[in-house]
Ligand binder design. Structure first.
Ligand code: FAD
Ligand code: NAI
Length: 464
């Protein structure tokens, strides 16, 4: 057998957590390898997540706006037709441009060795790689960073065939627009991908177990406004409803649903059912048992505040461990983990991780929401400013939504910023900065709607 290749750092997984950790480690002078069995780097996010979903969201929005929202603006358009194969090709093109950029440019520039294959622990310092092109290789690693990400949580009894019963992956590549799409789970994936197909012509029904949409973290008042807005766009919601069974019958899927409390059974028929009830850590085949890495009841790899697992020399970051399953969170952890290896210090501000839902209107937030502050017994002030009072939003005829500030009553320290409306995903950066610097509402000076909402927590707004 050939000698195992020696590395300072071996990163398992080439997603936003893994590829960023590998580049940072290499920049810090470590001899670094990154392994991914998918082939192209970029993980879930670039290949079947953030990037393709944002491509479809952007282009479906342009299509929908061109169909329905041009006349009053003084734009007469002729026949507007959907060319779905081209829209899917544009999406694929965005994906490959970005993934090949990592592989052929960034990894080469910073000297990361990229291996395409499935990694498994032989020991804590020896990684076996079953190469995609055939054969095996072994790496010797002083330090290992696990960044193997997550996978779709399956729905018991509904087998995903990525054709009629799909996960987000199948929903990003449907060959035709379904007449009826039923989404199980009214969280981020359900609402983003539901929006894509609703805009392209599908009748979308969302079945959500809880009494509100948006998944964890969304402020209840924002969720209500969001739901009303999506209903205006044609979404149907079945809240407090559970799916109790279903099966594919030829080209359609029959689902049995019931109210969460029971006693209101009914049947739904759909051309396509999207299962979007969350994601779970993915560590299959990694050999965690073999070296004794501790995993919790939800399958998350247990780490301390320096990303150390229970096995010395092995760290874990991103979706495979605790915290929100977001690309920028995984990236921040990747950088911090590499810095800790070099200097012993590295930090992620878990209190200031923004969330964005890229629908129309956009929804974004950072920090605590109202229901969380109430549950924690915090004495807080609320400042709200509607986009309907904002000249630019009005002029653009895009005035749905509001900015909402939550501050600590005595000190006016910002505790949470919640935005639904135009540009929410960009505006939230200001809130994130404010939160990480523990700013008070008086410090807010930038964009107008944000400033007025901040002002409203301790004084009267000017334009509303
Ligand atoms: P991943 O990106 O999952 O990467 C892990 C990689 O490890 C995979 O490529 C896998 O092939 C590889 N791997 C696993 N096991 C092995 C092994 N044994 N050997 C070799 N390789 C292995 N987040 C956002 O912040 N913004 C968004 O807009 C957003 N949109 C999303 C849309 C969708 C449809 C989905 C599904 C997710 C979205 N996310 C978004 C979440 C985001 O994709 C994840 O949080 C992020 O990808 C996590 O990064 P990661 O590096 O931890 O894991
Ligand atoms: P999610 O956790 O956001 O939402 C799942 C929803 O399904 C919740 O509302 C939950 O109450 C509901 N649910 C759970 N079990 C159910 C059942 N049996 N029947 C009906 N409803 C049920 O998960 P989702 O949407 O699958 O997304 C997974 C993760 O991917 C997100 O948590 C997020 O971290 C990430 N993501 C981020 C995006 C972004 O940042 N823009 C976009 C897409 C995904």
């Amino acid at each position: 057998a050939t000698e195992a290749k020696p590395y300072d750092v071996v990163v398992i997984g080439g997603g936003p957590g893994g590829y960023v950790a590998a580049i940072k480690a290499a920049q810090l002078g470590f001899k670094t390898a990154c392994i991914d069995k998918r082939g192209p780097p970029g993980g879930t996010c670039l290949n079947v997540g953030c990037i393709p979903s944002k491509a479809m969201l952007n282009n479906s929005h342009i299509y929908h706006q061109t169909l329905h929202d041009t006349k009053e603006r003084g734009i007469d358009v002729g026949d507007v037709k959907l060319n779905l194969p081209q829209m899917l090709a544009a999406k694929e093109n965005s994906v490959t441009t970005l993934t090949s950029g990592i592989e052929t440019y960034l990894f080469k520039k910073y000297g990361v060795d990229y291996l395409k294959g499935a990694a498994a622990f032989e020991t804590a310092n020896k990684i076996n790689v079953a190469l995609n092109e055939g054969g095996e290789t072994q790496l010797d690693a002083k330090n290992v960073i696990i960044a193997t990400g997550s996978e779709v949580t399956p729905f018991p009894g509904l087998e995903i065939d990525e054709e009629r019963i799909v996960s987000s992956t199948g929903a990003l590549s449907l060959k035709e627009v379904p007449k009826k799409l039923v989404v199980i789970g009214g969280g981020v994936i359900g609402l983003e991908l539901g929006s894509v197909w609703a805009r392209l012509g599908a009748e979308v029904t969302v079945v959500e177990f809880l009494g509100a949409i948006g998944g964890a973290g969304m402020d209840a008042e924002v969720a209500k406004t969001f739901q009303r807005s999506l209903q205006k766009q044609g979404f149907k919601f079945k809240l407090n409803t559970k799916v109790i069974g279903g099966e594919r019958q030829g080209d359609s899927v029959k689902l049995k649903v019931d109210s969460a409390k029971g006693g209101k059974e009914e049947e739904l028929e759909a051309d396509v059912v999207l299962v979007a009830i969350g994601r779970r850590p993915y560590t299959t085949g990694l050999g965690l048992d073999k070296i004794g890495v501790e995993v919790d009841g939800k399958g998350r790899i247990v780490i301390d505040d320096q990303f150390n697992t229970s096995v010395p020399g092995v760290k874990c970051i991103g979706d495979a461990t605790f915290g929100p399953m977001l690309a920028h969170k995984a990236e921040e952890e990747g950088i911090a983990a590499a810095e800790i290896l070099k200097t012993g210090h590295g930090h992620v501000d878990y209190g200031a991780i923004p969330s964005v839902v890229y629908t129309h209107p956009e929804v974004a937030w950072v920090g605590k929401n109202e229901q969380e502050l109430k549950a924690d017994g915090v004495n807080f002030s609320v400042g709200k400013y509607p986009f309907a009072a904002n000249s630019r939003a009005k002029t653009n005829q895009d005035q749905e939504g509001f900015v909402k500030f939550l501050t600590e009553k005595d000190t006016n320290t910002i505790l949470g910023v919640h935005i639904i409306g135009p540009g929410a995903g960009e505006l939230i950066a200001e809130g994130t900065l404010a939160l990480s610097y523990k700013a008070s509402a008086e410090d807010e000076t930038l964009s107008e709607a944000v400033k007025e909402a901040a002002l409203s927590t301790y004084d009267k707004p000017i334009n509303f």
